[in-house]
Write a protein that binds this ligand. Structure first.
Ligand SMILES: Cc1cc2nc3c(=O)[nH]c(=O)nc-3n(C[C@H](O)[C@H](O)[C@H](O)COP(=O)(O)OP(=O)(O)OC[C@H]3O[C@@H](n4cnc5c(N)ncnc54)[C@H](O)[C@@H]3O)c2cc1C
Length: 272
């Protein structure tokens, strides 16, 4: 289908983008356009103004920030996947970005767009939740930081206000193993289910893709591991607190089974 009519403005910097967003109640940012434009073509989204942040080059970077790594919101998936600093100190983020879609999607799609879109089937939000990442946001009232655990509030809904711009993501440098186990029926597909597992600060954090209306932490599994359970026993608790969807890729029951298998495999990989 053809999108409804809209106006277009190219923002030169973050503050200009915020100001342009404030000019219309139905304005939306466009970054890579790989999630927003499909929605507009289906008319599930009908913004009357698109504010393009694609040429704000100072939102595209990966920097050493001491104990953490700072990644600009406009950094493309392909650049996240290829970055040597992330590869060395937060490999799970780079490896997950490399599993997104196909080369075209990875060269257009951005880290910030993936987070702001808040799709529970997306890969990066789940990994960022398991990493306890921090998101820097700028709005008309100034800058604030939102923890990944507080960010995803519902299906395609987040803690962002309509006039906010997500500017930076910070992930910890890891001192232990981490893995993202993604199951999809065909290469380049979205995950039917996926599990992020991160060993950090003496514990293990897990988060799930496509097992609820938002990416979710597998708190039952985390608790079982903290109590000394083995991988299979802990993985059996992965369904706690989830509400998996049923669709053409699998029923809720199938997803629950898949999550158990992927979690056990991910935990075994961490301890291999
Ligand atoms: C064929 C195809 C396959 C795909 N496969 C996968 C996959 O396997 N795994 C996966 O995780 N994803 C997949 N994607 C999604 C892809 O990763 C998207 O690029 C990404 O989810 C959105 O990033 P974007 O930069 O394109 O955002 P856009 O589409 O430009 O924007 C998405 C939303 O975020 C908002 N937004 C964008 N940037 C900001 C910002 N800085 N601050 C505030 N709001 C912002 C926009 O207003 C919009 O609401 C696929 C997409 C396609 C088309």
């Amino acid at each position: 289908m053809i999108p409804a009519a809209f106006d277009y403005e190219l923002a030169g910097n973050i503050d200009e983008a915020i100001s342009l967003l404030g000019q219309s109640g139905e304005a939306k940012l466009i970054a890579g356009g790989h999630s927003l434009l499909p929605l507009m073509r289906l008319r599930f989204a009908q913004p009357d103004l698109l504010v393009d942040i694609g040429r704000i080059d100072d939102l595209s970077y990966v920097r050493d920030a001491g104990d953490s790594i700072a990644v600009g919101a406009m950094t493309r998936h392909a650049d996240v996947a290829a970055d040597p600093l992330l590869g060395a100190d937060c490999g799970i983020l780079a490896e997950t970005a490399a599993q997104i879609g196909d080369p075209q999607v990875r060269h257009r799609g951005t880290l910030g767009g993936s987070i702001a879109h808040a799709d529970p089937a997306s890969d990066l939000p789940t990994v960022l939740l398991a990493l306890d990442a921090e998101f820097d946001v700028r709005g008309p009232a100034g800058d604030r930081t939102i923890a990944a655990g507080d960010f995803f509030t519902g299906f395609l809904e987040s803690a962002l206000e309509p006039t906010d711009v997500l500017t930076e993501v910070r992930v910890p440098k890891l001192d232990g193993p981490a893995t993202y186990a993604k199951y999809n029926r065909r290469a380049q597909d979205w995950a039917t289910v996926a599990v992020a597992a991160v060993q950090r600060n003496g514990g293990t954090a897990l988060a799930l893709t496509n097992m609820a209306a938002t990416p979710v932490r597998a708190l039952g599994v985390e608790q079982a591991l903290a109590d000394g359970a083995d991988a299979a026993t802990a993985a059996a608790r992965v369904g706690e607190g989830t509400n998996p969807p049923s669709d053409t890729n699998g029923s809720a029951e199938y997803r629950a089974h898949l999550a158990t298998v992927l979690t056990r495999r991910a935990l075994e990989q961490l301890s291999a």
